[in-house]
Design a protein around this ligand. Structure first.
Ligand SMILES: *Cc1c(COP(=O)(O)O)cnc(C)c1O
Length: 385
């Protein structure tokens, strides 16, 4: 879409701020409305309009999808009722006999889905360590592997994967590459431009950004047969985003760039503070010079390294939980990407799924507060150890 004068070279920031420059033709309203109708009349010749029934064609969701296309440089996008619904739509589109290669450290729900449902659907899967693309290559079963699934930076250690290289390996083996880019956001990384075929967002997190919407989005570089099966999955299994959530999602996306910019600034300040603290063993944040993912992140991410970081205080699980509970400003809650900073003992949130998360790992989602306030709070919380 273009602005009202037809300019067509607008930046994603501008398109996001104006929700694609939308204006209501009859009233001039500058806010895209929520359309709650579940059904839409046919035309006088009984032909269908763009919208017939809300499950496949919710106009408010379509607006959010068009906006994501602009931000990701995508050919098409779909919204879902949750981030998990969006991630797993890609797996639902596979067929019996297909093989998936998945990075070992990805959102724990994705691993849980594979463990619960893949075998029954005749889908086999292998894992590779996030920091080992040779292992990804070795795990490919050409002709059988149809999907490679990665997340970068990856929950909760923030390991970084070179998307362009992963795409080459996936394509050489005849598979599509799907990237869960929830934590990078389109502000910092555009995976489709680096060769990924699918990009996924738990829109619950940064895209919506206010910890009050459950939503997911999936976008594609081009409309492949795999994408058409994803479209069919959403249409016929029905994991659609509700109209009100779509409205709130658009509202959130309009401030995405500002929020992420501030969250990146806060995250690096917190990471630097924690790194120098005597009671902290390790900090994981790709923005730190000595982080194992720093070089790839610096090349692949623009404008910052994300709002997520993790650290391990001295001690074990007990000390980590004590520290989390000693925070007064950072809220002891799971999830991420909201305007308020959150802190959690990660392993507790993983519901016993086997992951590589250390027992004393604490995950922080930096909000948009003043960094000094956040640092002071972490400082007083560390003093209880
Ligand atoms: C939260 C999250 C999900 C799942 O999203 P929901 O909206 O909770 O279903 C998937 N991937 C990542 C990286 C997440 O952080």
């Amino acid at each position: 879409m273009t602005d009202r004068k037809g300019a067509n070279s607008l930046s994603p920031e501008t398109l996001a701020a104006q929700a694609l420059g939308w204006e209501d033709e009859s009233t001039g309203a500058v806010v895209p409305p929520v359309q709650f109708a579940t059904t839409f009349t046919r035309r006088d010749d009984y032909g269908p309009r763009d919208n017939v029934y809300i499950r496949p064609d919710c106009p408010t969701a379509a607006h959010a999808e068009a906006l994501l296309c602009a931000l990701e440089g995508a050919d098409a996008a779909l919204s879902f009722g949750s981030g998990m619904a969006a991630c797993t739509a890609a797996f639902h589109a596979l067929q019996a006999g297909d093989h998936v290669v998945c990075a070992r450290t990805v959102y724990h729900g994705v691993i849980a889905w594979l463990e619960h449902f893949a075998e029954a659907r005749g889908i086999s899967y292998s894992f590779f360590p996030n920091n080992d693309l040779a292992a990804l290559k070795a795990a490919m079963q050409p002709g059988k592997t149809k999907l490679v699934w990665i997340e970068t930076p990856a929950n909760p250690m923030w390991s970084v994967i070179d998307i362009a290289q992963a795409a080459r390996i996936a394509h050489d083996g005849g598979a599509a590459l799907g990237v869960d880019s929830t934590c990078a956001t389109p502000v910092l990384t555009r995976p489709l431009e680096l060769g990924a075929d699918l990009v996924c967002h738990a829109a619950t997190k940064y895209l919506a950004g206010h910890s009050d919407v459950l939503a997911g989005m999936l976008a594609c570089r081009e409309k492949s047969p795999l994408w058409e099966r994803i479209v069919a999955h959403r249409k016929f299994a029905g994991p659609m985003l509700g109209a009100m959530e779509a409205y709130l999602l658009i509202r959130g996306m309009r401030t995405l760039y500002l929020r992420v910019e501030r969250q990146c600034e806060n995250a690096i300040k917190l990471a630097q503070f924690l790194k120098d603290h005597p009671k902290v063993e390790t900090v994981r944040y790709p923005g730190l010079q000595d982080d194992p993912g720093h070089a790839v992140a610096a090349a692949q991410m623009q404008g910052g390294f994300g709002g997520m970081l993790s650290f391990q205080p001295r001690g074990g699980k007990e000390e980590a939980i004590k520290l989390v509970l000693a925070c007064r400003l950072l809220k002891p809650a799971t999830s991420l990407g909201g305007v308020e900073s959150l802190i959690e003992h990660r392993k507790t949130s993983e519901h016993g799924i086997v992951t590589e998360t250390p027992d004393n790992l604490i995950r922080v989602s930096a909000g948009i507060e003043r960094a000094d306030d956040l640092i002071a709070d972490l400082n007083q919380a560390l003093s209880v150890l």
